[in-house]
Design a protein around this ligand. Structure first.
Ligand code: FAD
Ligand code: SF4
Length: 303
């Protein structure tokens, strides 16, 4: 912890105080490290695993010699220690008599619910799908985020007093009128569900799918949720083409490989980024080009 002027905290969208909690970690003060982290981050067990780690891209050691501190892993280590050592316990807020409905249980809805519950509001989260978590649950593949990590947090949030109503589509299973007449305030955190289409010849052919049709189905299958055989999308034995070289494209490459695809090809309109610590591709420029990550080492032709 000798970086002079740190930049990592400047890059974190949550305002995490990495220089402070890493200093505690370095000195072996795990509880204090967690207390600092907990002030700014509701779910370090998620961000410590799947955040793109903007902090590491602006770490002094990244900028100077392309060897950043493993800040994201440190975050995950601190919160896992906190769970293991019992630093994280259910809260018992003093209730203020106000009721809030949160529509949508993705990370946005969960964060709102967590914050308001801690302030004493009585919070009910409505989710149209079978289980809470939003895209954490039915988008991000299990090899990136194990769903036991979400389950552990949801259990804790229930013990904290938050009520989850799943399989409840607001606007159909429960009307907006009922929601507004039952609750003092409503937070709409329903994400963005409209995929970007590619309306070109052949778009409607059999076997052409949006990424999330494949990924959400795979997560459901792994969750033990049954899908009618006629609706199953399987890459087994198929020659798979992934259009798009970003993170979601990588998730599709890895999922296709795990399903036993005969081959996987990924194409991207943008150029390949230069290798290494090139100042021409600082964050956030590099996600706009063909990204290389471990998914490609698992087997993929890339153009
Ligand atoms: C394949 C994939 C991989 C990703 N990987 C990463 C990653 O590695 N790292 C990262 O930081 N980000 C990643 N992301 C992005 C991240 O998942 C999203 O930015 C994040 O989940 C958005 O959170 P949200 O709460 O706004 O919305 P969502 O997660 O979409 O949650 C919205 C929730 O609202 C529910 N809902 C919608 N309408 C209603 C209604 N009327 N009634 C009740 N419920 C409703 C939906 O069912 C859903 O559960 C990834 C996204 C995808 C698709
Ligand atoms: S991993 Fe993400 S959430 Fe965690 S400190 Fe870095 S930028 Fe912030």
């Amino acid at each position: 912890m000798d970086c002079g002027v740190p930049f990592c905290h400047w890059a974190c969208p949550l305002g995490n105080k990495q220089p402070e909690w890493q200093d505690k970690l370095y000195k072996g003060k795990w509880r204090e490290a967690f207390q600092i982290l907990d002030r700014t981050c509701d779910f370090p067990e998620f961000t410590g695993r799947i955040c793109p780690a903007l902090c590491e891209k602006s770490c002094v050691l990244k900028l100077s010699c392309d060897e950043p501190v493993t800040i994201r892993e440190n975050e995950a280590a601190i919160v896992e220690a906190a769970f293991r050592e019992g630093y994280i316990q259910p809260v018992q807020p003093v209730r203020n008599g106000k009721r809030v409905a949160v529509i949508g249980s993705g990370p946005a809805g969960l964060t709102v619910a967590n914050q308001l519950n801690r302030k004493g509001y009585e919070v009910t989260v409505f989710e149209k799908y079978e289980l809470p978590g939003g895209l954490l649950r039915f988008g991000i593949p299990n090899f990136k985020l194990g769903k036991n990590i979400i389950d552990r947090r949801i259990r804790l949030m229930k013990q904290d007093g938050i009520c989850f109503k799943v399989n409840t589509l607001v606007g159909s299973d429960i009307s907006a009128k009922e929601i507004t007449s039952t609750f003092d305030a409503v937070c709409i955190a329903i994400g963005s569900e409209v995929p970007r289409d590619l309306p070109i010849e052949g778009r409607n052919l059999k076997g052409v799918h949006f990424a999330l049709e494949l990924l959400s189905q795979q997560n459901r299958l792994l969750e033990g949720i049954s899908i009618p055989a006629k609706n199953i999308i399987s890459c087994k034995g198929e020659k798979v083409l992934v259009i798009g070289g970003g993170d979601t494209g990588s998730d599709c490459v890895r999922t296709a490989n795990r399903q036993g695809a005969a081959s996987v090809t990924q194409i991207e309109i943008m150029p390949k980024p230069p290798i290494g610590n090139n100042p021409a591709t600082p964050w956030p420029m590099y996600p706009q080009v063909l990204k290389t990550n471990s998914s490609h080492e698992e087997g993929c032709i890339r153009r």
